[in-house]
Structure formats: C-alpha cells, structure tokens
Design a protein around this ligand. Structure first.
Ligand SMILES: [Zn+2]
Length: 548
C-alpha cells in the first residue's frame, strides 16, 4: 500500500513538472539579470521582464520569469542598468531633421569668424539658392553683442544668407536676404523687430520679423524631409530616446510622420503638437484627437513671447540690462481666447511657450478663465521659465502642467541674472517649486535649441552645473530635482503630459516594451559618470532599434 502511494505521488510530481514545462508561455523577448528601474509608483526595481506583442506581460526576478516563460530571444542584462526609454517632452524633432539636411550647424561656435569659415565650407559642399545656418549664440563670443550683416555681405554679396540664433528667436542675414524679403528701415512687424544700426537694418531680425525672410526660404522636398526624419531618429535612438513631443508642426508633416510610421520606417513614438494654422485646425483639431500606437495629436501649440537670450521674453518690468525694453508679446489676448475656446470645444490641450514672467502670467490667467478650477485637461506652459512669486500657485489652482527643459537652466545660468536682476532670478528655472504645484512635471530639451542628449537633461536637472562642474555645488540647488524626480520627469511624467501614462513611461505589465540599457546606475553615479554613461542599446515595443 505504502509503496503504491509513493509511486502515485512520484508520478504525480513528474506529471506536474512535465505539465508546467509544456505550459510555459512563449515570450517574444525576455530580459533578465539586470537592475531594472521600473519607474512604477513605488519606484521599485526588478531583474527581469517578458515582452509579448510589444508589451511587457510580467516583471519580477529572473528565476520566476524564466520559469514561467520561454523565448528564443533572451537578452542577458549582464548586471547592467535598464530604464524606461527616455521621452523628450518638448523638442523639435522634425526641425532637427530638417536642420541636419539643410542648415550648417553653428552650435558652440566661439566667434563670427569661425561661423564664416563653416559657411564657406557648407556652401562649397551643398551649394543651393540660400546659405542657411542654425544655432549661433553671441553669448559664446568675446564681444557678446548681436552681429551685423557687414562681414556676411563681403563674403556672400550675391547669395542670401540666413542664420537662426540658438533659441530660434532671432535671425541674422546679409543684405541679399534683406533685399529678397523687401526689408528696409521702415519695416514693422507685430510681435517682432527689425534691428536698426545707423538707421539701417543691421541684419538681425527678432521673433515675428524673422518670418519676413523665412517665407522666402525654399521648402524642403518631401524626399529630403523623410531623410531628415530618419537621420533625426537614428541620432535620437543612439541617445536613448524612444518618445518625443514635437512642439509645433504643420499637418503635412504630421501626415508624413503617420505614413512613415505605418510603413514601419519611422519607429519613434511622437506626440505631434499642432501649430495653430487654419489648415491644421480644420484638418485635425475639428475632427478630434488622433491616436495610433506611435502617434498622438491632441495639442495646439502657441507662443506668448520670445526668448530670454534675445530679450524677446515678455517681462512685467524692463530688462535689468536693457532699460526701456520689456520684450514682446507674440499675439493679442483675443487670439489666445479664441484658441483656448477651440481647444475646450474639441477636447484638445493647449501648450504655450512662455519665458518671461509677464508671458507666464498672461497665459496662466488666460487658461484659468477657461479651466476655471482643478481639472484633468493637462494644459501646459512650455518652459515656465521666469515666474513671478504670486503666480506659482496658479499652476496648482488650474491644474496647469509646467513643462521644463533642465538644460535651458544650465545654458542660461551664466547670463540670466544680468537680464532679470537679483530679485526676479528667484522665480527663474524654479523646478522644485514648479514640481510641488501638481506633484509631477515633464522634462525635455527643446532640441535643436539644446543638444538632443537626455543624459544631459538628467545631469543638468540633478547637478545644475555646466559640464566642467561650474558653479561648484550647483546653481540655485534648492530648485534642482533629485535623481528619482528627474528620471520620472523624463519617462513616466513625460508620458503623462500627453495622456499616455497607461501605455509607456514605466516598465510594468501592460506597458510598451520601450527601454534603454545603460552601463551606469544613474541613481548613484557621480556627475562625471553620468556624462560618460554609454547607451548600450535602445528598444521600442521589444524591438532593438539601436545597439552600441
Ligand atoms: Zn520649443
């Protein structure tokens, strides 16, 4: 009898083992043996997860996952560090791609002479009807004043030259470009300025005045634009980005992105904010929110003012280093009201570029009139850069999302106080105070204004120094975000800012398998280690899109 029972038990055990083996579920991908920051509510870590049909089905320790799932695609994490794919909550992905195709890169140039050299080479290489460049910054030069047209005229008397400042809020041209655009000393533009020198246009155009020349620049062909988008995507994957918010697009570009995604060439997930053109409004806004697995169109992007570097940011009081000037308002109140009403009617979000304290107040108050009180519409203020101390609480009161770019803080910190003085600087780049308003905050770069690198965002947000470690101990550190807050701002909170927090931004069951494998633990790394971190691979929906 005993013998029979043991035999029975033994065979039952064998049966259970065999049954469970054969019942192992097949996963498309298993990642094991890593430190995985899931960025879930509890900020927990796991060792392993399994992906089926692009989505994470289970996360936990390696042993359990491997017991339950089998796969032909097992990635040994080898003790490395995994994070949700980085999400840039405000950038210009298409613009960056177009730049790669059309514009000479002037970022980091230290003098006008260096720029002239680059332009000569660019023209020799690419030719074209125009010479275009982008990302000069007079703050990086010995003489920190706006340049003028004179040297450009000597070098290029017959070809129009148009060079966009690093922040996209000033353009520098030669006489040929001014002539083509019909600009003279009497040219006037609302929300913009033609800068004069000795009574003549100097060659520098501010904000809306840039459009006078901009409209004559030949449009990029669709073929070139596609190439540009793919080139942008390649660089972004190598930097660890799997999602971007493109802050201001036309419907043709959005449709091109959608088509490329459906064809499978463009894999980047995109939140496409619409510029408020009539075409965009009629095509997209009035037919409601558009959403696929990789594209969401649910936001109208507006501008309230210009940039701080070119003194186009709208301030309540004059600039401390330019008395008599308090910046520029891009459009009138009536216009902002009209767009906000349109957004309410079509369940769209509004996201407005606001740099100066007056621009921020203008839009906080305007939004407030439409939102009335707490809500879940997630209307956004892009940059939220200089806030008057009376206005911070309006973010909380009307549930308005402050969208920040930590590298703007570290790029601007050497001269920002010159512009606004020692009092107003207390409300500038105040990320911790902004975070407190809603308890969450999205972070981005505004590339190509800044570099595309999300690791630079992490560095700037946590350490608040330049890459050489200046200023020692960090700039206004009480307003920095800690590591966990920063990681959330670049992943889960960025997803939340486009209403996609149930799909991406954390590595939990049900979420897309969008992740990066790094060689560094960002939660403990020294500043130097953060900057030297290597992106080992980048994955979207369980598909490897970049490998070092
Ligand atoms: Zn922007």
């Amino acid at each position: 009898m005993m013998k029979n029972i043991s035999l029975l038990l033994f065979s039952m055990i064998i049966f259970v083992i065999m049954y469970s083996c054969s019942q192992k579920e097949t996963a498309d991908l298993i990642v094991s043996n890593a430190t995985i920051y899931t960025v879930d509510e509890a900020f927990s870590t796991v060792e392993s997860f399994a992906v089926i049909d692009g989505k994470i089905v289970e996360a936990g320790n390696s042993e359990d996952i491997l017991k339950k799932y089998s796969t032909e695609n097992l990635v040994d994490g080898a003790g490395k560090f995994i994070y949700p794919g980085f999400n840039d909550a405000h950038c210009h992905f298409n613009g960056y791609g177009v730049n790669l195709m059309q514009y000479a890169d002037l970022r980091g140039t230290e003098s006008p002479e260096e720029i002239y050299e680059i332009l000569k080479q660019h023209y020799q290489k690419f030719g074209g009807d125009w010479i275009l460049g982008r990302s000069w910054d007079q703050n990086d030069w010995d003489v920190k004043e706006f340049p003028d047209k004179n040297d450009l005229d000597k070098l290029f008397p017959d070809v129009p030259v148009y060079l966009v400042r690093v922040d996209g809020h000033a353009g520098w041209c030669n006489s040929k470009a001014l002539e083509v655009a019909g600009i003279n000393a009497k040219s006037k533009v609302n929300g913009g300025e033609v800068i004069l020198k000795n009574g003549m246009p100097s060659g520098v155009l501010i904000d809306n005045a840039m459009g006078l020349v901009g409209e004559f620049i030949p449009e990029i062909t669709t073929e070139q634009q596609e190439k540009g988008l793919l080139a942008a995507q390649k660089n972004c994957f190598a930097a660890g980005l799997t999602s971007v918010t493109d802050a201001g697009l036309g419907n043709k570009t959005v449709l091109l992105m959608d088509e490329m995604q459906k064809r499978g060439t463009l894999k980047m997930r995109i939140n496409a904010m619409l510029s408020p053109s009539k075409e965009n409004i009629n095509y997209f806004v009035k037919s409601g929110i558009y959403k696929t697995d990789r594209l969401v169109v649910n936001t109208i992007k507006l501008f309230a003012d210009g940039a701080l570097g070119s003194r186009g940011a709208l301030m309540l009081e004059d600039y401390s280093d330019d008395l008599g000037n308090n910046g520029l308002q891009i459009a009138d109140q009536e216009y902002y009201n009209e767009i906000c009403q349109l957004a309410i009617d079509n369940n769209y979000m509004v996201a407005t570029h606001c740099i100066g304290d007056s621009a921020n107040r203008l839009m906080l108050n305007t939004y407030g009139k439409f939102l009335k009180g707490k809500n879940d519409r997630r209307w956004r203020i892009e940059h939220s850069q200089i806030i008057n101390s009376d206005d911070f609480e309006k973010f909380a009161k009307f549930s308005i999302v402050p969208s920040i770019q930590a590298t703007h803080c570290t790029s601007d910190m050497p001269w920002a106080e010159d512009r606004v003085g020692e009092d107003r600087i207390n409300g500038a780049y105040s990320y911790q105070t902004l975070l407190k308003q809603l308890g969450w905050i999205p972070n981005g770069t505004d590339f190509p204004v800044e570099s595309i690198e999300p690791l630079f965002t992490f560095y700037a947000s946590v350490f608040r120094t330049d890459h050489k470690g200046w200023p020692e101990g960090g700039w206004r550190m009480n307003e920095g975000l800690n590591r966990e807050q920063t990681l959330r701002s670049m992943t889960a909170w960025a997803a939340k800012s486009s209403f996609e927090e149930n799909e991406k931004g954390s590595l939990e069951p049900g979420m897309w398998g969008d992740f990066v494998i790094l060689d560094t633990d960002l939660m403990t790394a020294s500043p130097k280690e953060v900057l030297n971190t290597k992106i080992l691979s980048t994955w979207i929906a369980g598909e490897k899109v970049f490998k070092l």
